[in-house]
Ligand binder design. Sequence first.
Ligand code: NDP
Length: 402
Amino acid sequence: MAKVLIIGAGGVGQVVAHKCAQLANVFTDIVLASRNEEKCKRIAAQLKNNYGRTIKTVQVDADNVPELVALFNNIKPFMVINVALPYQDLTIMDACLETGVHYLDTANYEPLDTAKFEYKWQWAYQEKFKQAGLMALLGSGFDPGATNMFTAYIAKHYFDEIHHLDIIDVNGGDHGYPFATNFNPEINIREVTAECRHWEEDAFVTTAAMSTQQSFTCPDGVGTYNIYRMYHEELESLTKHFPSIKRAQFWMSFGDSYIKHLDVLGNVGMTGIEPIEFQGQQIVPIQFLKALLPDPSTLGSRTKGKTCIGCVVRGIKDGKEKTVYLYNIKDHQDCFGEVQSQAISYTTGVPAMIGAKMMIEGTWMKSGVWNMEQLDPDAFMADMNEYGLPWKVIEDPGFDLI
Ligand code: NDP
C-alpha cells in the first residue's frame, strides 16, 4: 500500500523496521535511514534473514534540512516514521512540508540546550501542515502513545467524565548491569533528572525531581516496585484535550541501583547538558557519559523480566464514582525472540508501526498536527492486541495510590 521512510536505526528503529517488515501488505516498501548506515545495514540483514524482505538503507544527517529534502525527493515516501532523537523533530517536519510527505514521531521536540519537554514547538506547525494537506502524528510510542490511547479508550468506553489520571510505567526487567538505560541514555537521563510537574486542578505544580515515591503492585504477578513521580510529555496534551481532568500524574519504576548511580553521577556533574572545557576541547558531560554506558540496543539478549505500563483513571459514570485500570504486560525475552530487542524498544516501536498503519490505511488520515488522544482509539487498540501488545482492563482495582 505505501512506501515508508524510517529515520533512526537505534533500539526503537530496529523494532519499527521489524514490525513494518512483518506487514508486507501495508508497508510495501521500506527505506531505513540514519546517521550511520552500518547500523541500517545490520537491521536490513535481520529483516532479510527473518522475513525474506529486502529494504533499502541510506545515510542521512537529519539535522540538515536540505539533505533531508534531497533524500525525500529521491525516495518519495508516503510518510516518515521519525525514530531518531527529539532534536531532529523540527528539521524532519520542515523537510516533510517542503516535499509533501506525512510525518510521525514518538517523542516531542527538545532543543539541545534545554530539557523542556513541551509541545509548543510542534503545535506551532498546525496551520502549515493543514494548508499543505499533510498529517503529523505526534508521540506514537508507548508513553507517550499507547498511554494516550489507553486514556482515550477508557474515557470513551467507561466514563461520562474523567477526573484523575495516573500513568504508571513499571519496568521489572533486569539487564544485569549496575547502571544502564533502556533507551537513548542522553534522552533518558535528561527526562529523569528534570524537575517533576504534575497537574492539579488547572495548572502544573512543580516539585523536585524524584522527590515523591510510593510502592505499586502490578497485576498478574509481575511484582511490587517503587514508583517515582516525574514529568512526562503526554501530561501536557492529555490535560489539554481532556479538560475535565483535575489531577494527572506520571509514575515510573526505578531500582535502587539505578537511583544510587544517578545520584552520584548528578552530584559530580556527569549528567550536565552544558558544554565544559576539557583539555582544550568542549565536551557535554551527558554526551560523554552516553559514550561510556551500554548501548540500549545491545541489552536485548540479557534483559529478563517484564514491563507493566498502564493508566489508572478515576471519574464519573451514571452519577457514580469509579476507577478503571488498563494495562499491557510485555516480557523482555519474548521481544528478543521476536525482533532481537528488549521490551522498552519493542513497546515503543509497535505503537509507532500501528500509528503509521492507521495513517496509511486512512483510518486516521487528516491534515494538521495531532496528538494521539484526539483520534478515535478503537482501531488502534484492536491492533495493539493483534500486533504484540495485548492489554487488559480491571474495573475498580482497589489500588491505594497517593
Ligand atoms: P537510539 O539512540 O538507540 O537511536 C537513535 C537513532 O537515531 C540512532 O540510530 C542515531 O544514530 C540516529 N540519529 C541520531 N541523530 C541523528 C541525526 N542527526 N541524523 C540521523 N540519524 C540520527 O535511541 P532509541 O532508539 O532508544 O530512541 C529513539 C527515539 O524514540 C527517541 O526520540 C526516544 O526519545 C524515543 N522513545 C520514545 C518512547 C516512547 O514510549 N514514546 C520510549 C523510548 C524512546 P547513531 O547511531 O549515529 O547515534
